[in-house]
Write a protein that binds this ligand. Structure first.
Ligand code: CMC
Length: 428
């Protein structure tokens, strides 16, 4: 007989099924609790609530494990390319050579974006934050591909929408940056791989030759892999919830980009560098900022520290820290910010406040340092995260549709006024 949980409320007992995942993780299924008891469960921030079952990413925060479709993040970051990982997440298996070549060709084929998107871009003031621009441009794809509005089309048609998005995101991201700095946009160069093409669109200027540095392209590829999926985080949950109303793929991903933007989520990579810069400008007094982070009356948090699920270490941060050292070494860069980051980490890891709360450096603590080293401007850091997270969002959206999941619609406990009699304006 399968295991059950019992919930006692007063003199009543309710039986609740327990479900178990492939890594022996268990969950109490409360989906029918209200029907039998009239009770709901409450869990602000969904700290202890599973919203779905999923076969895409396994994460064990206590042991610092992250796997995509069963493959360890350490192996993928070292041995795979970003497009292989993209294929793995979306189609469930690593591609063979033939599948990989076909997939790469298809992605390369769709890199160009409609010329009218430039008109939309021109409407944004220069200095616009590229995350806002990117989210708008992704949403605008619904206008250029109106057939994509229907998520119930054949799987081949949905697949075409998916490939278009993977192909066009780097173009839209680079153009958002060019708009920010008021430079002309570069068209994609389809002779280049995914990351090299993006770098060229970002950095080439009409007046000079631009050669992509393979050290930089490889570092970027690795960073994108490390960000490619992270199970039911804030932006991914957003993508699934928006998609659960049968909104289109492009509308759902655009919403995910907005969710990622906040400094508690993907926006942390920008916030980390801004924090490190501020500490440097303030004389490099690490202790002062540690005290601020611990002061409950001070809104300051140590950006790049802490994680909802990792309570031991973030395996991505380990890989990135090493990659940051390698990249800076290879490029011959000596960034004082890296020293401040290391100093801050060293102090925090020994500090009772951080130890008791299990706060460790997360993926964003060191990613900004590599982005800086490879020339990515700070305002584009979160866009880089979005580029990396795209295959995860798509895989999760696709899985949610394939499972025919119900519309995401939480309940609440109402704490407002009771029934109040209406008084007309002259009686108030
Ligand atoms: N600095 C100082 N105190 C912190 C920090 C921090 N960075 N993070 C958490 N705390 C404290 C928090 O004040 C609370 O203390 P207390 O128990 O005394 O009230 C305790 O630790 C638990 O924190 P929480 O906010 O309840 O935890 P959460 O799971 O809701 O938040 C988090 C997780 C990532 C939003 C949070 O740790 C944070 O704000 N970190 C800084 C922002 C950041 O680096 N975000 C990137 C996350 S990794 C990229 C991604 O996948 O999104």
């Amino acid at each position: 007989m399968s295991e059950k949980a019992e919930l006692k409320v007063g003199d009543q007992t309710f039986e609740l099924p327990i479900i178990e995942g492939t890594e022996n993780e268990k969950a109490i299924d409360i989906s029918k609790l209200r029907a039998s008891s009239g009770l709901i469960t409450i869990d602000p921030g969904f700290k202890n609530t599973g919203s779905t079952t999923s076969a895409i990413t396994f994460l064990n925060g206590e042991q610092g494990i992250l796997r995509y479709r069963g493959y360890a993040i350490e192996d993928l970051a070292e041995k795979a390319s970003f497009l292989e990982v993209t294929y793995l997440l979306i189609y469930g298996e690593l591609p063979n050579k033939e599948q990989y070549n076909k997939f790469t060709q298809e992605i390369t084929h769709h890199t160009l974006i409609h010329e009218d998107i430039k008109n939309i871009l021109d409407g944004f003031p220069s200095n616009s934050h590229p995350m806002g621009v990117l989210s708008s441009l992704v949403s605008s794809l619904t206008a250029f591909y109106p057939e994509s509005l229907d998520p119930n089309r054949s799987s081949d048609e949905v697949d075409l929408s998916i490939k278009r998005l993977i192909a066009k995101m780097p173009t839209m991201a680079a153009w958002a940056y060019k708009n920010e700095i008021g430079h002309p946009a570069n068209y994609p160069d389809n002779s280049l791989d995914y990351c090299s093409n993006f770098l060229k669109m970002m950095f080439a200027v009409p007046s000079a030759e631009y050669e992509v540095d393979p050290v930089i392209a490889n570092a970027l590829d690795k960073l994108l892999i490390l960000h490619a999926d992270h199970e039911q985080n804030c932006s991914t949950s957003t993508v699934r919830v928006v998609g659960s109303s049968h909104a289109s793929l492009y509308a759902s991903i655009s919403a995910g980009i907005s969710a990622l933007w906040g400094p508690l989520h993907g926006g942390a990579n920008q916030a980390v560098i801004e924090m490190l810069e501020a500490i440097k400008a303030d004389g490099g007094d690490v202790a002062k900022y540690m005290a601020k982070a611990k002061d409950k009356n001070d809104p300051f948090r140590l950006m790049g520290f802490g994680h909802r699920v990792y309570k031991n270490f973030d395996p991505r941060a380990k890989i990135i820290k090493k990659a940051a050292d390698d990249v800076l070494d290879k490029l011959g860069i000596n960034d004082p910010i890296l020293e401040i980051a290391k100093g801050l980490e060293e102090v925090a890891l020994k500090d009772d406040y951080f130890v008791e709360r299990k706060l460790y450096p997360n993926v964003d603590f060191y990613s900004g340092i590599i982005y800086r080293a490879i020339g990515i401007p700070t305002s584009m850091f979160t866009v880089m995260f979005a580029l990396g997270r795209l295959p995860g969002w798509i895989a999760q959206w696709k899985e949610m549709r394939a499972n025919n999941e119900p519309i995401g619609r939480p309940r609440q406990v109402y704490t407002g006024s009771n029934l109040t009699s209406f008084k007309s304006l002259d009686q108030r």
